[in-house]
Ligand binder design. Structure first.
Ligand code: C2O
Length: 481
């Protein structure tokens, strides 16, 4: 089956007049297109595929073929990984669309070089199967990468990928908190949203080896990991009906880093990536309660109109902010505390049942080592915290990781990365606020605990940060026009 996005005319139009085109397609402006959309390939959960399933066999054959290509061919395995190393956006709102397009063109290369037109990239659902799937192990297996830290029996800890963590992330209605913060340039500084900071970054570092660097696509599990991230975005948009941003800095941004299956360079507008899961592929459900994939349902056509035409003027607009400018250094084994002065009354009102306010912790100016062997747990008002404090503790607010590669970003190890992270404190503060315990205090104390990943030594490692801010904002942070 020919993929819609292999049609150059389509791609050009989709970039320019996505909405008109989408509507024409859906209303029968193009018979064969409607056919293709209805039968677009299904990206399956790899756990449901036998070791010798044609999808798995094709993936193996394609990886072998790419590894065998000369380095002059842009589809060569290392060349594909270098695209990521040299151009991948992280910690900003280009993260999701860039990786979506990267996967789509990689999938097409696999289809061609693996000799199977029905191939669709499978995904690794780490929530349901937290160990690296058996398909990726065994020496001589093209899907194996020998430098991983994780073994076949290690499981990604539930604080990164557990169902409650995913449920919280997927129920975040604000695009900038869900999908990472605004930036005007592809690799510009932004702020890690929760999908990127928690499951995404931590799975990279949990696997380790190539996966802990910007050359991570050298490990075939990279592609299936990102496919799960993409499935989460699809779920957030098309199943839960959350709006992306309509900011044209985002929608009109063009990526020029990819090549198609014939080695031709392609450029992709962000707005085009929004059409991809509606027109070019679909997912076997990666979240509970998701409907099974169907042709083009009326809900999806409606979704196409809503998301592609409109988006929403999403903002991170704090109605009140309590900031603290103070350099802090957190070290593995030594938690740091920051006391943020607040107005107890404002906090009390925001925490009231039915207040529709969110309390967001924003950490800025963070510098971490190039390959951090640790992640960070955030707690609220927990002075006796340690690396042993369980995440079931009511003061626990969340865990986030870093995925930076200073060499790939052309930085020396001594240069500061200055990244940001946003953590939703609302559930923890609501829990602690019961009985007025929070609103009697003049400060909210934030404890940050650096914890080594399983199997990792991280004794001397540290991170520094320049500012902390506790912001109150309306949920979902969308300005009604
Ligand atoms: Cu750009 Cu998960 O990597």
């Amino acid at each position: 089956m020919e993929n819609l996005f292999s049609r150059r005319d389509f791609l050009l139009q989709a970039g320019g007049a996505a909405s008109a085109l989408g509507l024409a397609l859906l209303t029968g402006g193009c018979e064969s297109c409607a056919e293709q959309i209805a039968h677009r390939p299904i990206r399956r959960n790899i756990a449901n595929l036998a070791a010798n399933d044609p999808i798995v066999e094709t993936y193996k054959a394609a990886v072998s073929a790419m590894k065998a290509l000369p380095s002059t061919d842009p589809r060569n395995w290392t060349r594909q990984a270098s695209i990521h190393n040299d151009h991948c956006p992280h910690g900003n709102w280009f993260f999701l669309p860039w990786h979506r397009a990267y996967l789509l063109y990689f999938e097409r290369i696999c289809r061609k070089l693996g000799g199977n037109n029905d191939f669709a990239l499978p995904y690794w659902n780490w929530t349901a199967q937290p160990s690296i799937p058996p398909h990726f192990w065994g020496s001589g297996n093209p899907l194996f990468d020998s430098n991983r830290f994780a073994t076949a029996i290690d499981a990604v800890p539930p604080e990164f990928v557990g169902q409650p963590v995913l449920d919280n992330i997927l129920s975040e209605p604000n695009f900038l908190l869900f999908a990472s913060g605004a930036s005007s340039t592809q690799r510009g500084p932004g702020s890690y949203g929760q999908l990127e900071a928690t499951p995404h970054n931590n799975v990279h570092n949990f696997v380790g080896g190539d996966m802990g660097t910007f050359m991570s696509p050298l490990d075939p599990v990279f592609w299936c990991h990102h496919n799960m991230i993409d499935c989460c975005w699809v779920d957030w948009n098309l199943v839960r009906h959350n709006d992306n941003t309509s900011d044209t800095t985002w929608t009109n941004f063009t990526f020029t880093d990819f090549v198609d299956e014939n080695s031709n360079p392609v450029s992709v507008k962000v707005v085009t990536t929004l059409l991809m899961p509606i027109l070019s592929y679909q997912y076997e459900p990666c979240q509970a309660d998701e409907p099974a994939p169907v042709g083009l349902s009326s809900a999806q056509s409606k979704a196409l109109q809503e998301f592609v035409n409109r988006g929403a003027p999403v903002q991170l607009k704090f109605t009140q902010r309590f900031a603290m400018q103070k350099a802090l250094a957190g070290r593995v084994g030594r938690p740091v505390t920051a006391s943020i002065k607040v107005q107890p009354e404002a906090l009390r009102m925001a925490l009231e049942a039915g207040s529709k306010q969110q309390l967001v912790l924003s950490l800025g100016g963070i510098d971490v080592p190039s390959k951090p062997d640790f992640f960070v747990r955030a707690f609220v008002n927990k002075p006796d915290v340690s690396a042993q404090t369980p995440i079931e503790d009511p003061h626990y607010a969340g865990s986030f990781g870093f995925f930076v590669d200073k060499a790939a970003m052309h930085m020396t190890e001594a240069e500061d990365t200055q990244i940001g992270v946003m953590v939703n404190l609302t559930p923890a503060l609501r829990r602690l606020g019961q009985g007025g315990a929070i609103s009697k205090r003049q400060t909210v104390d934030i404890q940050l605990v650096a914890v080594p990943y399983p199997r990792r030594e991280a004794k001397e490692e540290q991170f520094t940060l320049q500012q902390l801010e506790l912001g109150i904002m309306p949920s979902p942070g969308i300005e009604k026009q």
